[in-house]
Design a protein around this ligand. Structure first.
Ligand SMILES: NC(=O)c1ccc[n+]([C@@H]2O[C@H](COP(=O)([O-])OP(=O)(O)OC[C@H]3O[C@@H](n4cnc5c(N)ncnc54)[C@H](OP(=O)(O)O)[C@@H]3O)[C@@H](O)[C@H]2O)c1
Length: 344
């Protein structure tokens, strides 16, 4: 049994982590650390957690205890740099949900996050934790950079094709859509219901920090062709929907494509290959990623849907913790023994 610290547990992704920690068979206790909310009770911020975590006081992120065995860090960009080096040095297991350690190069980090990295050597020590990709070795590792929400939906769509057909790919472009909770709980004028309702727009074209993250992981898998990514804001609170277009130099058989996806995800309990394009409603509130692919002539279109706060953040983070400790990756997330039933 272990003890867990959730640094930034009073935010949106923290709320999901609390539920998974409460349901986990091997987590004995967990403490929540917050910034402005420190000193208050978690149930006053999230009354819906009343039955899950009664009377728990939020500790200050200025006094994080080193007593815990493992830590989730769910802070705004730049803030994890204040915690990871000291925790890593003490041999703690760490899962960072933010973007501070996802890119491998400190120069790229400065370019896309506008800040100098204070612990560039740790960029090499981390695992990029795309938890449903079975090719990552978690043994002997302590530190996971949890992927961003867009990269999770996009990489889970693209990697099976890149792995099997990289030499045939001419180009890849992605249009992806996010609900407003992707921006966290800090109020912003443009995210008000009265601004968003009935509206859709693209944003951060060619300047979204998830673009180099996706490309880095595609390159690592052998992809070496033009790539474009356009993020859009949806008038919904939760969800990521990604549509990817892969243009090929020469066609592949439909059966080969199906085999590529089925083989890639044969041991992945949270991936559901669908016969039709998924809907966001099929995955919100769950840790599933639903994927559909379709091919005509030399173009493959892949659609994928996830809950940004769960598969794109807290659920995948819990999967990563399970993998770091060598536990069943479904622990705390799915009702054990009951197929496809989420803990809550
Ligand atoms: N939202 C998503 O869909 C999503 C998906 C993937 C990854 N992520 C990443 O996960 C991290 C957390 O996201 P979130 O959506 O949970 O954010 P959030 O709802 O805004 O919560 C942020 C948490 O960090 C604390 N905090 C806020 N400002 C801080 C500061 N200046 N210094 C220290 N602590 C501060 C907050 O404490 P108080 O509330 O007590 O002030 C809260 O606990 C971010 O790096 C985000 O990019 C988010």
């Amino acid at each position: 049994m272990i003890s867990v610290g959730i640094i930034g547990g009073s935010g949106y992704t923290g709320k999901k982590l609390i539920r998974f920690c409460a349901a986990h068979p091997f987590i004995e206790e967990y403490k929540i650390y917050g910034n402005n909310s420190a000193g208050g009770k978690i149930c006053d911020i999230f009354p819906e957690l009343n039955e899950v975590i009664e009377n728990s006081v939020i500790e200050s992120i200025e006094n994080v205890s080193y007593e815990h065995d493992a830590y989730f860090i769910a802070l705004p960009h730049g803030e994890a740099l204040n915690y990871v080096p000291a925790l890593f040095e003490r041999g703690k297991k760490i899962i960072d949900l933010g973007g501070d350690y996802r890119l491998n190069s400190p120069e790229l980090y400065s370019k896309w996050y506008g800040k100098k990295h204070n612990s560039p050597l740790l960029l090499k020590e981390k695992i990029y934790g795309l938890a449903d990709y079975s090719g990552t070795d978690y043994s002997e590792k302590n530190f996971v950079a949890n992927p961003g929400c867009y990269p999770t939906a996009v990489l889970l769509s693209l990697l099976p094709v890149v792995k099997s057909f990289k030499d045939k790919i001419l180009s890849v472009s992605v249009a992806a859509y996010s609900g407003t909770s992707g921006a966290g709980k800090t109020p912003k004028l443009e995210l008000l219901m009265s601004e968003m309702d009935g509206d859709v727009s693209a944003y951060k074209l060619n300047s979204h920090q998830h673009q180099p993250e996706i490309l880095q992981q595609l390159n690592e898998a052998g992809f070496d062709s033009p790539f474009s990514f356009a993020a859009h804001l949806l008038p919904a609170a939760v969800g990521i929907y990604a549509t990817s277009f892969i243009h090929l130099k020469s066609s592949v058989e439909e059966k080969e494509l199906k085999n590529a996806f089925e083989e890639f995800y044969k041991d992945s309990p949270f991936i559901r290959l669908r016969e039709a394009p998924p809907h966001l409603n099929w995955v919100t509130g769950t840790n599933f990623c639903d994927i559909n692919f379709s091919m005509k002539d030399k173009i493959i279109i892949i659609t994928s849907a996830i809950d940004n706060l769960i598969k794109g953040a807290g659920g995948q983070a819990m999967q990563n913790m399970n993998k770091l400790f060598g536990w069943d990756e479904k622990s705390g997330i799915l009702n054990q023994g009951v197929k496809n039933v989420q803990i809550y």
